[in-house]
Design a protein around this ligand. Structure first.
Ligand code: ADP
Ligand code: MG
Ligand code: MG
Length: 916
């Protein structure tokens, strides 16, 4: 205890905990995101480059860590004097006084969270802090605008009460503050909050205080300093709320990072008709188009724009006209009732346009900005690199590169490989779309196509999705509590909210289709109505997030084609990569798809998959049931032409590229039926007694089949299987060669654990090849290599490499055997392990670089020692996972191989690995 205290005193004296900004000066800068959080670092930076930002200060993320280890009191004591000084500096910059008692204009503050990366799971912002019954009077008098003063006060009680004091809605009820507002509006016949008059606001404030007293069990704090410390600590506490933890888990954000706290002088967007607040983007976050856009509200504050309380208006004339066109609003009505900021406040608009351009140029990236106009003066409150869809990500990188804004390296490195997935997702079939019934039209908040059953809560979305259903989450508007439901859903539909609403921004970040402000849609607790027709939980709807149209029922989808910008990104990747990408494909059709995505060869062709199609299974069943060598040979003779034809097709589809064909791998029981009816059918069909079939099936039973009679153990006990497969491959290659093609077969022996296992298989293969060459009078080049998937193979890789011409790391089995987790049974504990933090990731999805990675690296190093020119690749699921691809690059592999639809992702990841 004593030492801990000493340590605390030590750090107390040496550590700077608070960084101020304001008046064109700042102690922080953009590069200090780790310490100041993204918001704080950029507030500082904006000050430094001459963008108008209200003064304030940032408490560092390190303080959050201190808070979590040493507790509230110690931390408040440690930073108290620094905070007091920073408040003083803010007072001077803004010419106002915090906790004003002498009649000078009160300084009100905003308290905002801000981690390294933007986190919607964190604490909501508290605005107008410093308000109490005294300050509100001074502000009312000095500003000459009492409505504004009391409106700010009621907003403060509502936010502080909710965020800091935990006043919230009871299960199934509305928020008690909202109930007060609803009651007032109903009594006075108002349709919106900002119609309230001064006397209404005063009543609301008293009722709000009563709500706090009842709900939190204590009075609303009147002392500004108490309010400040309460808010600061609430930000730190919010780092460990359930929803913040959930968000971090989903986005793989480490818990150690912590959040910073930004305390900033208030500027007021609710001072009347010359004031406003808004959100804007320097480019279109949905499509990537280089078009400034955003939304604003006159006489409003803070989250009004995002929360969808009032429907916000477009910032630019272009945007406003597009909006009107989509919703069928006439130009006359638009100009009169829904004018753009460009029309309403032309000079401020020009200033904003200049600032957005300046910020985009400064950061060389699309910016997502928040601003407030106080009585004709523009203030910027936030800027950050904006979240974007996969399509927008690709287009922006290509455009910015063409515009000379970023170089080739940045254009590649800025892409998130996994986001390319969205571009490979299905889109609606146009014919089906034409035939579908349009239900409603809303804002195209996030593009894409989604079809599913509607549910009305995040919990339901999660449950239904867990049951394997595709769902569409329907909400009035979304909030951070809905995150898990949004993740689980195919698409999101909201009754309210604009293009910058929570639903829209989060959906774009997730790459999920979203439609907001759907016209005519009224959302209830377990159903919704559109034009009087009710749709219940479980009904099917389809959303076109690109047009904003909602359709009744299911609409068929098709796989998209790659557009021009995607191709350009892939070209840049190809130019900058060292590793190349192959695909895992078992059929000519898959091979073709992958080749179109840029796969250069096949890294894994699983021959057993060929046995399941149509009647083929019977040939292999015949082989399994055969009692003697001759019987097996007869059955295999039936399989030979079938396999030869498959290899012919696959080698042809990948002409000129290497094709790795794995010899038979799974245990034989996988080819025989377990149930009696099917066994009877098998007996009849093969003309064998049922008892014999049953006895054979029983004999094939193994306790741990994945560690049993499979892989090269089959080929070494039944060499005739290897003979047949090798013959099929070599014959197909010879035939192709005589047809003028350039086949490059690579025959891969699975599940090698000892060099001897490999040597025996290799002998068979080479002998068969020599025989076929003699028979056909033609020769083809081929390689014989092995899959490295057993830990012992990694340990003895140098010996194996003396014989094997290539290694392909089978990281699925290697993970299974390295961890000792049965892949088929791990579902029972892996999710719990991840939840409890025992494992960071599912090691079957993300390669465990720390452990299994050592085996892989050793396999590579020893492999090269045994054969310097050995060809190295990976063919497990990990071959399409970006962090694992980067690892493969680092340990010197020649290629990665993954499923066809991951090929573009792997190509980009490979180029990034090479550039990092
Ligand atoms: P988020 O992380 O959810 O964007 P912010 O901390 O940016 O939360 O705050 C949300 C909104 O609160 C801002 O967009 C802005 O409108 C308002 N706000 C924050 N700080 C101030 C301030 N100093 N003056 C006026 N409004 C503010
Ligand atoms: Mg913000
Ligand atoms: Mg395997």
């Amino acid at each position: 205890m004593e030492t801990l205290k000493d340590e605390a005193t030590q750090t107390e004296m040496t550590t700077k905990r608070v960084y101020t900004f304001g008046d064109g000066k700042a102690e922080g800068k953009a590069e200090m995101k780790n310490l100041l959080g993204g918001k704080g670092a950029n507030l500082a930076e904006m000050n430094l480059i001459g963008v108008p930002v209200p003064a304030g200060f940032t408490i560092t993320t390190d303080v959050c860590t201190e808070y979590n280890t040493h507790g509230k009191d110690a931390v408040v004591a440690a930073m108290k004097s620094e905070v007091e000084e920073a408040v003083k500096a803010t007072e001077i910059a803004m010419n106002a006084k915090f906790d004003s008692t002498d009649g000078s204009f009160p300084l009100l503050l905003s308290v905002r969270s801000g981690a390294r990366v933007s986190m919607p799971g964190m604490m909501n912002t508290v605005l107008n802090l410093g308000m109490n019954d005294e300050t509100v009077k001074v502000i009312a008098e000095t500003s000459g605008n009492p409505e504004f003063a009391y409106d700010s006060y009621r907003r403060f009680i509502q936010m502080y009460g909710g965020v800091v004091m935990g006043v919230e809605a009871e299960e199934g009820e509305h928020c008690p503050f909202e109930l007060v507002l609803d009651k007032m509006k109903a009594a006075k016949g108002y349709s919106s909050d900002n119609e309230m008059k001064l006397e209404d606001l005063k009543i609301v404030i008293e009722e709000f205080k009563a709500v706090v007293r009842k709900s939190a069990g204590e009075d609303f704090p009147t002392n500004p300093w108490d309010q400040l410390w309460g808010s600061v600590c609430a930000v730190f506490d919010s780092w460990n709320t359930e929803r913040a933890i959930l968000y971090r888990r989903m986005e793989q954000i480490p818990g150690e990072w912590g959040t910073a706290v930004n305390v900033q002088a208030m500027v007021y967007g609710n001072m009347g008709e010359t004031s406003a607040t808004g959100v804007c983007f320097s480019r279109d976050a949905a499509t990537g188009e280089d078009q400034f856009n955003g939304e604003y509200l006159v006489n409003a504050q803070g989250e009004d724009v995002v929360a969808g309380v009032r429907t916000p208006l477009e910032i630019t004339v272009i945007g406003s006209k597009r909006w009107a066109e989509r919703g069928g609003t006439s130009e006359e009505v638009r100009a009169k009732d829904f004018p753009s900021l460009e029309e309403v406040m032309p000079s401020i608009y020009t200033e904003l346009d200049t600032v957005q351009q300046k910020l985009e140029d400064h950061y060389s990236d699309m910016q997502d900005m928040e601003f407030t106009i106080q009585d004709g003066k523009l203030w910027m409150l936030q800027t950050r690199s904006g979240k974007r869809t996969g399509a927008a990500m690709v287009k922006m990188a290509v455009d910015m590169f063409a515009q000379g804004m970023i170089d080739e390296k940045t254009a590649i490195l800025r892409q998130e490989p996994n986001k390319l997935d969205e571009l490979l997702h299905p889109v609606f079939d146009l014919a089906a779309l034409d035939a579908a019934k349009e239900l409603s039209k809303g804002l195209p908040a996030s593009p894409g196509a989604a079809t599913g059953q509607i549910v009305f809560s995040a919990d339901a979305a999660e449950q239904w999705a867990a049951d394997g259903k595709k769902v569409i989450l329907v909400r009035r508007e979304t909030s951070p509590e809905d995150l898990k439901g949004m993740y689980a859903a195919e698409g999101i539909l909201t009754e309210r909210g604009g293009m910058t609403s929570h639903a829209a921004v989060v959906a774009r970040g997730m790459g999920k289709c979203c439609i907001s402000s759907a016209s005519g849609v009224v959302v209830g607790a377990k159903s919704m109505t559109v034009g009087g027709v009710e749709y219940k939980e479980g009904d099917f709807l389809s959303l076109n997030g690109t047009t904003g149209i909602v359709y009744e029922g299911k609409v068929a989808t098709i796989t998209p084609t790659l557009d021009g910008d995607f191709g350009k990104v892939m070209d840049l990747a190809a130019k900058n990569t060292r590793m190349y990408v192959r695909t895992n494909a078992d059929s000519p059709a898959d091979a073709k798809t992958a080749a179109e995505f840029g796969a250069q060869g096949i890294g894994l062709c699983r021959t057993e998959h060929m046995f399941f199609e149509g009647d083929r299974i019977w040939a292999i069943r015949k082989m399994i049931l055969a009692d003697d060598l001759q019987g097996r040979k007869d059955a295999l003779a039936d399989l030979l032409p079938i396999q030869r034809e498959d290899f012919h097709g696959i080698l042809k589809a990948m002409d000129g590229f290497g094709v790795t064909v794995r010899l038979l791998d799974p245990p034989l029981h996988e080819f025989t039926p377990n149930d009696e009816a099917s066994q009877k059918e098998m007996a009849t069909r093969l003309g064998i007694e049922f008892d014999v079939v049953k006895a054979k099936v029983d004999a094939l039973h193994e306790f741990n089949p994945m560690l049993g009679h499979r892989g090269c153990r089959l080929g070494n006990t039944y060499p005739e299987i290897t003979e047949m497969q090798a013959r099929a491959i070599i014959e197909a290659a010879c035939d192709l060669k005589s047809e003028g093609f350039d086949p490059k077969p690579e025959i891969m022996v699975p599940l090698i654990g000892t060099m001897e296992e490999f040597v025996m298989q290799e002998g068979i293969i080479r002998e068969v090849a020599a025989t076929v060459f003699a028979e056909k009078g033609i020769k083809v080049d081929f390689l014989v290599g092995t899959m490295i998937e057993i830990p012992r193979a990694c340990l003895t890789a140098d010996k194996i490499a003396e014989h094997a011409e290539f290694f392909s790391f089978g990281t699925n089995d290697l993970t299974q055997m390295g961890f000792g987790y049965s892949r088929d049974d791990a579902g029972k504990f892996l999710p719990i392990y991840i939840e409890k933090g025992i494992l960071k990731n599912d090691p079957f999805q993300v390669l465990d670089q720390e452990g299994i990675g050592q085996l892989v690296e050793m396999g590579c190093t020893k492999g090269k020692a045994g054969r310097p020119d050995i060809k190295l690749g990976i063919c497990g699921e990990h071959g399409g996972e970006p962090t694992s691809v980067e690892f493969c690059h680092r340990v010197g592999m020649d290629y990665v191989s993954c499923s066809p639809f991951r090929v573009p992702i792997a190509r980009l990841a490979a180029a990034q690995a090479n550039l990092r």
